[in-house]
Design a protein around this ligand. Structure first.
Ligand SMILES: C[S@@+](CC[C@H](N)C(=O)[O-])C[C@H]1O[C@@H](n2cnc3c(N)ncnc32)[C@H](O)[C@@H]1O
Length: 386
C-alpha cells in the first residue's frame, strides 16, 4: 500500500504518522501484523536460541574467518596509514561535545540528537545484528549481486560505526565502499576497499564519482527532509544503480489496547511532538516508497517487518528480536528523550526522568505489546533519462 505522494518541491510531511499496517486494517486501530501474537508464557529458554539460526551466525562470521597465514604479510593490507578511517577529517571534528556524561558530534554540532560515545557505538552494533537477523543475514535486499555494469562504487550515508560498510566491503571485495557520517567514529583498520569521510548528508552531494548502489540505514531521526536526501541520492546514483533504505519508525506501535494509559503511550505522544518542534518527523518510513517514486526511482519495492519490544511475542525468532530490540531502545532511551523533550518541548530534566521511570517499567514488564515497524525500501534509477 503506497503512502500519499509527496509534493515534488517539498513533500507534505504531515505531523501525523501515516501508518501502513501489514494487514491493511483500520489505520486508527492497528491490527496485529502477521506473526506477531503475544505469548502468555514469558518463561524463556533463550540460551539455546543461537542454535536455531545456524545460517545467520555462519553468515555473520563469514568475514571474520581465520586466515591460515598468520603473518601481517598481505598485499591487500598495504600501508595502514593510507586508509586510516578519517584521513579526510580535520582534527577538530574529534573534539567531541560533552553533555551529561555523554559525547556528541562536533562537526555541525547539535544537528543530531543521539550521542556518539562507546555506549552508543555498542548500541549501533547491536542494532546491526537486529537488522541482519530481520533480513536472514543479508546486508541488502536490492538485487545488486549481478548488477548490469557491475558494482564498483558504493555509498553508505550516515554509516555510524561503519559496521555495515565494513561487512559489505568484505563481501564485495571489488567494490569501493565509502561511508559518510557527521561523527568520525569508525575503526581505523578497515578493509582496503572501505573508506570513511565526515560529511553532512543534508548538504548538496558533491561526489566525484557516481555510485552503483547507495545504502542508508536507521536514519529516521536524522533529517529535516528525508525527501531532499532521497533526491540527492537519485542525483548521485548512476542510471541502473539502486538506492536502498533500511528503516525503523517511531513511536512504537501497539498490537492491542495494552498501551492505553501507560507511560509508554505518553512518551510516544511527547516524542513525536518534540521531534516536530525540532523540525523533524520520526514517523516518515512509510512514506519512503512514495518519496523514492517521486524522486524518479522505478520498480520501487517495500518490505515490512516488526521488532517486538520485549519478549512478549510468540516464537523463538520473535523473542530473540524482542530481547535485542528491548536492549537497543532501553540503551538509547534516556539520551534521546532528554535531547528531544528538553530542546523541543522545554520540559524539565526532572519531569523527563520521572516519565522515563514509568517507560522503562512498561518496556521491561512485557505487558505492553508494542513493536517497532521496520521498512526496507529499494528502487532503481532508470537507465533512460526521466
Ligand atoms: C542511528 S545511527 C545509524 C548508523 C548506521 N547507519 C547503522 O545502521 O548502523 C544514525 C547515524 O547517522 C548519523 N547522522 C545523523 N545526521 C546525519 C547527517 N545529517 N549527515 C550524515 N550523518 C548523519 C549519525 O551520526 C549516526 O551515526
Amino acid at each position: 500500500m503506497d503512502s500519499p505522494a509527496p509534493n515534488a518541491a517539498e513533500p507534505s510531511d504531515n505531523v501525523h504518522a501515516t501508518h501502513d499496517y501489514p494487514s491493511g486494517g483500520d489505520q486508527s486501530q492497528p491490527s496485529t501484523p502477521a506473526g506477531l501474537t503475544s505469548s502468555s508464557s514469558d518463561t524463556l529458554h533463550l540460551i539455546n536460541l543461537t542454535v536455531s539460526f545456524p545460517e545467520f551466525y555462519t553468515r555473520l562470521t563469514k568475514s571474520q574467518q581465520v586466515d591460515s597465514d598468520l603473518s601481517d604479510n598481505d598485499s591487500a593490507i598495504g600501508d595502514p596509514s593510507i586508509y586510516s578511517s578519517t584521513t579526510s577529517a580535520r582534527a577538530s571534528v574529534f573534539n567531541f561535545v560533552e553533555e551529561n556524561g555523554r559525547t556528541y558530534h562536533r562537526f555541525r554540532a547539535g544537528k543530531y540528537d543521539l550521542p556518539n560515545d562507546e555506549r552508543e557505538q555498542d548500541r549501533l552494533d547491536l542494532q546491526h545484528q537486529l537488522f541482519l537477523l530481520t533480513l536472514s543475514g543479508e546486508l541488502h535486499l536490492a538485487p545488486i549481486k549481478d548488477l548490469p555494469g557491475g558494482l564498483h562504487n558504493v555509498l553508505d550515508f550516515g554509516t555510524g560505526t561503519g559496521i555495515w560498510a565494513i561487512e559489505f566491503a568484505n563481501l564485495f571485495p571489488s567494490a569501493n565502499v565509502l561511508g559518510t557520517d557527521l561523527s568520525p567514529i569508525q575503526p581505523q583498520f578497515v578493509p582496503p576497499n572501505c573508506h570513511f569521510e565526515v560529511d553532512d548528508a543534508e548538504d548538496s552531494w558533491e561526489f566525484s564519482q557516481k555510485f552503483d548502489y547507495i545504502h542508508g540505514r536507521a536514519m529516521a531521526t536524522c533529517f529535516k527532509s528525508h525527501f531532499k536526501v532521497i533526491r540527492s541520492a537519485f542525483g548521485a546514483v548512476r542510471p541502473g544503480g539502486y538506492l536502498e533504505l533500511q528503516e525503523f519508525m517511531l513511536p512504537f506501535v501497539s498490537i492491542d489496547d495494552s498501551i492505553k494509559g501507560t507511560s509508554l503511550e505518553r512518551w510516544g505522544d511527547l516524542i513525536v511532538k518534540g521531534s516536530h518542534a525540532l523540525g523533524k518527523d520520526w514517523t516518515r518510513a512509510p512514506k519512503y516508497k512514495a518519496y523514492m517514486k517521486e524522486a524518479g526511482f522505478e520498480d520501487v519495492v517495500e518490505h515490512r517487518y516488526q521488532w517486538p519490544v520485549g519478549t512478549w511475542a510468540r516464537g523463538q525468532r520473535m523473542k530473540l528480536l524482542g530481547m535485542w530490540c528491548r536492549e537497543d531502545y532501553l540503551s538509547a532511551l534516556q539520551a534521546v528523550t532528554l535531547a528531544v523533550l528538553t530542546r523541543g518541548l522545554g520540559m524539565s530534566v526532572e519531569d523527563i526522568e520521572l516519565l522515563l521511570v514509568g517507560v522503562r517499567d512498561d518496556i521491561k514488564s512485557n505487558r505492553v505489546h508494542i513493536y517497532v515497524p521496520i521498512y526496507v525500501v529499494y528502487g532503481r534509477k532508470p537507465t533512460l533519462p526521466v
